[in-house]
Design a protein around this ligand. Structure first.
Ligand SMILES: FC(F)(F)Cc1cc2c(N3CCN(c4nnc(C(F)(F)F)s4)CC3)ncnc2s1
Length: 489
């Protein structure tokens, strides 16, 4: 059993970030499993005190000494901790027989949380992810409900119930072999919740939302990493509370050094983002962290996750490394091409839309103003990666019930492709060796083999070779190759 131990209590009152680190370290390094309710309440109190309106006002008028926090008294934590345990135990019998959870049990824990939430509130607001928000405001966001269910099951003695995370949804696994799955929270806007049901085997399993059934299945310590990742330092739309950001970064390094982020690409990406802003002495640089997130997704999740590549692409973009950004975004597109687009996939749709219609056009604009030989407009591999990027989105649409592309995509696309001169385009040789139909099919989820893509050598782009691109890409590159084959065109 977890629990608020005397050795934890000895660390209070906590006056600074180091004190919080000690509590988390103590919970993570001790044999027994970390207490999710305790740590979520502590993280929530600190976040709330440092990002509330009064904190903002305070921040502006009197600079508090560095790394200091409002004093965290044990009483503040204990009251909420006991409240959570009594909510759980007054509704559901603790697991005296130490048996695995049942679907009925998981659903009942989800119902206790669900029915105690405020009737209607703005679900996307910040700071609704922790048990502090649940216990003091009866509000939780989508992730927060799933986390609270897992913390509730732990409080009741069901240690087989764990958090399962995709890139935009959360559910739980449970049972003797940890292979049972259950929805416990809602997803998106206006969708009927599917709480209690097992994770889709139907069409929804082909959507990015369920990452082809390759979710991050958490251990207790990875659940701590999830609550730390969910810490939100935002003070308002434009500013973060420095101390909360620093606390999150230190806690992520603690989890990283203990090896608990190895199978958690998004948490590594979160740490990479924080490191880019303020690098910590003696730690691996953010560039390496973004690479590690990609290795993790490739090694443990069959390269079915998109975010590791968009974390890396965003980093390259912010640092004007545009050639590298195109490669990251093309790799992200190679992931999405195997999925069918469904209406639950809005988040990743918005991600690709922003890359295609904001970031790439911005790069084209700044690059086409200069005439340097090193410009990406002179590099065939940039053209090749852009084609791969667009083609992946086209293939994502193929076979999907919901269309992806619309006229708003075409103009920036054409604008971008036509910025490359014919002599540059001619250096891209698109090799589409004839793979038998089934190998090429994305339906049976066979991974699209990469050597179908542009490899660079001097031969011209030949129209007949363009058999594997999506029709719209084919049309565009055919138009381009028309220019190439008849230069006077
Ligand atoms: F549980 C849900 F439903 F909330 C799904 C999860 C999201 C998420 C996360 N995110 C989401 C992705 N995210 C990104 N931030 N930047 C991103 C990129 F576009 F740059 F890649 S992706 C912030 C952190 N970070 C750790 N763990 C999780 S679990």
């Amino acid at each position: 059993m977890a629990g608020f131990r005397d050795s934890d209590k000895a660390l209070f009152p906590i006056k600074n970030i180091n004190g919080i680190l000690q509590l988390f370290r103590h919970q993570l390094e001790n044999a027994r499993e970390p207490d999710l309710a305790l740590l979520s309440i502590v993280a929530g109190i600190v976040e709330s005190k440092l990002t509330s309106r009064s904190a903002a006002a305070l921040q502006l008028c009197e600079p508090i000494e560095p790394n200091s926090l409002p004093v965290l008294e044990i009483h503040d934590v204990q009251v909420l901790y006991e409240k959570f345990h009594s909510i759980m135990k007054s509704n559901i019998d603790p697991n005296k027989s130490n048996s695995p959870a049942t679907r009925d049990l998981v659903k009942r824990v989800s119902d206790v949380i669900w029915n105690s939430l405020t009737r209607s509130y703005y679900k996307d607001k910040a700071h609704l992810q922790s048990l502090y928000s649940y216990l003091t405001g009866s509000k939780l966001d989508c992730f927060g409900v799933a986390f609270a269910v897992v913390a509730g099951c732990q409080a009741l003695g069901y240690n087989d119930v764990h958090l399962a995370l995709s890139e935009d949804h959360a559910w739980v696994v449970f049972g003797e072999h940890g292979t049972e799955t259950a929805e416990v929270t809602w997803h998106g806007k206006g969708n009927e919740d599917k709480r209690g049901q097992e994770i889709g085997k139907g069409v929804s399993s082909r959507s990015w939302l369920y990452v082809n059934n390759k979710p991050v299945v958490c251990t207790r310590k990875m659940e701590v990493a999830a609550l730390v990742s969910a810490i939100n330092p935002s003070l308002n739309a434009t500013h973060d509370a420095y101390e909360v950001s620093l606390l999150q970064q230190e806690l992520l390094w603690l989890l990283y050094d203990l090896g608990h982020l190895k199978k958690y690409p998004m948490a590594i990406g979160n740490l990479g983002d924080l490191e880019e802003i303020s690098p910590k002495e003696g730690k691996v640089p953010c560039k390496v962290l973004f690479e590690e997130a990609i290795y993790s997704a490739r090694n443990y999740y069959n390269n079915q996750h998109v975010y590791p590549y968009t974390y890396q692409g965003g980093y390259f973009y912010r640092n004007k490394m545009y050639k590298e950004a195109f490669e990251s975004w093309a790799n992200a597109s190679d992931v999405i091409r195997l999925y069918n687009y469904s209406r639950d996939d809005e988040e990743i749709y918005k991600e690709f839309l922003e890359i295609a219609n904001e970031l790439i056009p911005h790069i084209m604009k700044v690059e086409s103003s200069g005439f340097s030989a090193s410009s990406i407009l002179k590099k065939p591999e940039c053209f090749a990666n852009l084609l791969r990027f667009y083609d992946g989105i086209c293939q994502w649409e193929e076979g999907s019930a919901t269309p992806v592309l619309h006229i708003g995509w075409a103009k920036p696309l054409v604008n971008t492709i036509s910025k490359f001169d014919s002599d540059v385009r001619a250096q891209v040789n698109i090799i589409c060796d004839k793979l038998e139909e089934d190998k090429m099919s994305k339906k049976n989820g066979t991974y699209f083999n990469n050597n179908n893509y542009a490899s660079l050598n001097q031969t011209n782009l030949k129209e007949k070779d363009l058999t594997n691109f999506h029709p719209s890409i084919e049309a565009l590159t055919a138009a381009c190759s028309e220019k190439i084959l008849n230069p006077e065109y």
